[in-house]
Design a protein around this ligand. Structure first.
Ligand SMILES: Nc1nc2c(c(=O)[nH]1)N[C@H]1C(S)=C(S)[C@@H](COP(=O)(O)O)O[C@H]1N2
Ligand SMILES: [Mo]
Length: 422
């Protein structure tokens, strides 16, 4: 590190353009920029990033434009400025981790983002425990932490015929490395009493985002998480503390977590009301996500410039554990070929797959199929319809009730344009 008195640093804090240029001309600037030399023929954009952007908290390149968009049937924010359902741009994703700034958002009628001072925040664990305890954020840091990669996916992640891009069909799932304390660690500290079988979790905002979770699941792998991708959890993801319930429907992952009550039965909460609709007889919450996958390239809205070899790629995941196998079909599901798993494989996490794919220039339908470690195989909508004895086209008009993990077909037209073929 340079000493604080160095002349370069003095110039760096001066914000006039002239001194910035002078600063950029010195060797120290090269160090600040990562010592990358300008390649001949490339012109750096001199005013692209302020020194603040370069030093204090990094900004991405001005040439990278990937952004989240609201779900169109649920305007975000809604007319009260409260509800948010925002889609992550899966079409631009590389690897398996969703940048925190692009994580999808599923927030129901609450504050847009509660502004919580972590110094004031407490997690209360009470109910059927020997020692009800209240933990500050500092207290939580004194327990052994875990960091685990898990996806979160909202129940609303359905592909509808009108959806054009993979952001619209599948953008309500994201994957982060979550860091925090296992709930089992905290519950052991409190001493769970005999007869306890469920917990009710509660968030700090007006509607509380409460939910009932079986104690067995809580003791298995649920995390009181304060970290996301190497830094504090983002406000929209639940800063300073959220519950991560790996592999379960998104709604269980209570954000702005402030209370865990250990109980002996299922309690109905706001979450259940979110699932009760007039036109559905079954209002039950669904728990674990089945095996699911989607091709992110080529995907809806993209255009192949012409015949040739491409890197077909996508994401696969399962609430049941590790992704064991991903197959790809280029003929509408008649024949399948194994794709390669390319990258980190974690249980209940997005897993990257890919394969070399040669497009001959003719119309075709691409789709992927995931098999998880339990041997569960991702179904097509036609298979689902056959199983539930409804007409093959039923789910086109009705949508799949509960967690929809059906196969996503993309039609590549002969002009190279790609379309949702659900
Ligand atoms: N306190 C609280 N927790 C909440 C919610 C909420 O509105 N309030 N929304 C839930 C829903 S429906 C989903 S899908 C996930 C979304 O998590 P994310 O916004 O971090 O993607 O958070 C869940 N946890
Ligand atoms: Mo959700």
């Amino acid at each position: 590190m340079e000493s604080k008195k160095s002349p370069t640093t003095k110039q760096a804090t001066n914000s006039t353009k002239a001194s910035r240029r002078k600063f950029l001309a010195t060797g120290a600037a090269a160090a600040a920029l990562g010592a990358v030399e300008t390649t001949a023929g490339q012109t750096p954009a001199p005013e692209a990033a302020s020194l603040k952007d370069l030093i204090a908290y990094g900004e991405r390149s001005q040439y990278v434009k990937s952004v989240r968009v609201p779900v169109d049937e649920r305007p975000s924010p809604d007319e009260f400025g409260l509800t948010f359902h925002v889609l992550t741009p899966l079409q631009d994703s590389v690897g398996t981790i969703t940048p925190s700034s692009l994580h999808f958002i599923g927030t129901r009628r609450g504050s847009i983002v509660p502004n919580i001072d972590p110094k004031q925040h407490r997690l209360l664990i009470h109910g059927m425990v020997d020692r009800p305890l209240e933990f500050s954020m500092d207290d939580l840091r004194r327990f052994p932490a875990v960091s685990r990669v898990h996806f979160i996916e909202c129940l609303g992640n359905h592909s509808k015929p009108k959806d054009k891009t993979v952001q619209e069909t599948h953008g309500l799932t994201s994957c982060s490395e979550w860091a925090g304390v296992l709930l089992s660690t905290l519950l052991k500290e409190c001493g769970v009493q005999k007869g306890a079988s469920w917990v009710v979790s509660e968030g700090a905002e007006e509607v509380k985002g409460a939910g009932s979770i079986r104690l067995a699941k809580v003791m298995d792998d649920c995390i009181a998480a304060y970290g996301q991708n190497g830094e504090a959890i983002r406000p929209q993801q639940g800063f300073p503390l959220r519950l991560v319930v790996p592999g379960f429907e998104g709604i269980y992952n209570t954000k702005w977590l402030r209370r865990i009550k250990v109980v002996d039965r299922y309690y109905m909460t706001y979450n259940d009301y979110g699932h009760i609709t007039k036109d559905e007889e079954v209002a039950a919450l669904t728990f674990q996500w089945g095996p699911k996958s989607v091709i992110t390239f080529p995907s809806g809205g993209q255009k192949l410039p012409g015949p040739g070899v491409y890197q077909l790629t996508g994401l696969a995941w399962s609430g049941g554990g590790v992704v064991r196998r991903v197959e790809v079909s280029a003929d509408g599901g008649q024949t399948w070929k194994d794709a390669e798993i390319r990258g980190m494989v974690h249980p209940k996490a997005h897993t990257r797959f890919g394969m070399d794919w040669k497009w001959d220039g003719r119309e075709c339908v691409l789709q992927s199929r995931c098999t998880d470690e339990l041997g569960q195989v991702q179904p097509s909508r036609a298979e689902l319809a056959a199983f539930f004895k409804v007409s093959p086209d039923y789910y086109r008009t009705h949508g799949v009730p509960g967690t929809d993990n059906t196969i996503q077909p993309w039609r590549v037209a002969s002009d190279g344009s790609v379309h949702n073929a659900i």
